[in-house]
Design a protein around this ligand. Structure first.
Ligand code: DP6
Length: 324
């Protein structure tokens, strides 16, 4: 049987967030975003072609995928098949090393790995920008997980102009992931961002401030300025959550333990330990700090926030094909 093609990709954490699409079908966002790809919680995905099968078969961690999740993978494979001029069905097996659906960007690593493996399985040759464009159609944030280190996703205005690229900086902070809840989120980021764009009176001003944040962030990254990068990342994330809280009805991912972590981060700063928080579509927090402070930051989170466990990450690699 066809052994298939395997790809590995890592999640990324946005320091300037992507939240909201101007074109849902093509996944074109309203604003640029910027992220760091991590070296923890990879997704490993194998794609085998099966010309005898009538439909794609998808498993997540060995369990057959059903419903919306399997339709989303099949719709993505349809894009790849159309591009390649092929029609075979595929068998997709994917494994996440981290918790799924808890705002830890498993859709980013997932669609980056799927894009890379499917492109190879169907015999397409794409450069990194094209791979990023394709991954974007699976999940917006996946456009950035194609790249290791820092990546900038240009919002663009159509399929061609909306893609991510590497940002070549040496900045290499630690990212302490404070896990306060591993349960899947109650509302998908897709549905939540749609509601925010459609109903939040704060949305437009967040987009405007996000554009200004990005310009400042780019300069701070280039000069390795953790304090400025961290401050901007934290205010950008809080602003994103503010737009959600103002949506009708409100979208709230932040929970009491999330706020506990934010309090601890503020205390650390008052003790002159530079630490800055960012949160995605879930209650867990990622704390940016100096690598030499990471153990102390992680310990503080566990000591002060009940149920908190921690994982220390650094910058990680871009998507790769595994050579068997
Ligand atoms: C809060 O990429 O999961 O993590 O494009 O609808 O699949 P879809 O959304 P997704 O949204 C991620 C949003 C975020 C911020 C970010 O990663 O930039």
């Amino acid at each position: 049987a066809d052994p298939g093609v395997t790809a590995v990709a890592y999640p990324n954490i946005a320091l300037i967030k992507y939240w909201g699409k101007r074109d849902e079908h093509q996944a074109i966002p309203w604003a640029d975003s910027l992220s760091i790809t991590l070296d923890v919680f990879p997704t490993t995905t194998t794609v085998c072609l099966d010309s005898a099968a009538e439909a794609d078969r998808v498993t997540f961690g060995g369990t057959p995928a059903r419903g919306a999740a399997s339709r989303r993978v099949a719709a993505f494979l349809d894009l790849v098949r159309k591009h390649a001029g092929r029609s075979e069905s595929a068998v997709v097996s994917t494994r996440n090393a981290g918790p799924t659906g808890a705002g830890l960007a498993s859709s980013a690593s997932g669609f980056a790995a799927l894009a890379r493996a499917a492109v190879a399985a169907y015999g397409l040759e794409l450069d990194a920008a094209d791979l990023s464009r394709l991954a974007r159609r699976g999940s917006g944030s996946a456009a950035r997980s194609i790249f290791g280190g820092f990546a900038l996703w240009h919002a663009g205005e159509d399929d061609h102009s909306s893609y991510a690229e590497r940002v070549d900086v040496e900045f290499d902070p630690a990212v302490v992931i404070a896990l306060v809840d591993g349960a899947p989120k109650r509302i998908s980021s897709r549905a939540a961002m749609r509601r925010t764009v459609e109903t939040s009176p704060l949305y437009r001003s967040w987009i405007e401030s996000s554009r200004a944040d990005l310009a400042e962030m780019t300069e701070a990254l280039a000069r390795n300025d953790l304090a400025v990068v961290g401050e901007i990342a934290e205010r950008n994330a809080l602003g994103m959550h503010a737009t959600m809280l103002a949506a009708r009805p409100a979208v709230r991912y932040l929970t009491a333990p999330t706020l506990g972590v934010l309090d601890s981060v503020a205390v650390l700063r008052s003790e002159n330990v530079p630490a800055y928080a960012t949160m995605d579509a879930g209650p867990n927090v990622k704390v940016l700090c100096r690598p030499g402070d990471a153990d102390q930051v992680a310990l503080r989170m566990r000591e002060t926030v009940p149920c908190c466990s921690t994982v220390i990450a650094r910058r990680g690699p871009g998507v790769t094909l595994r050579i068997e």
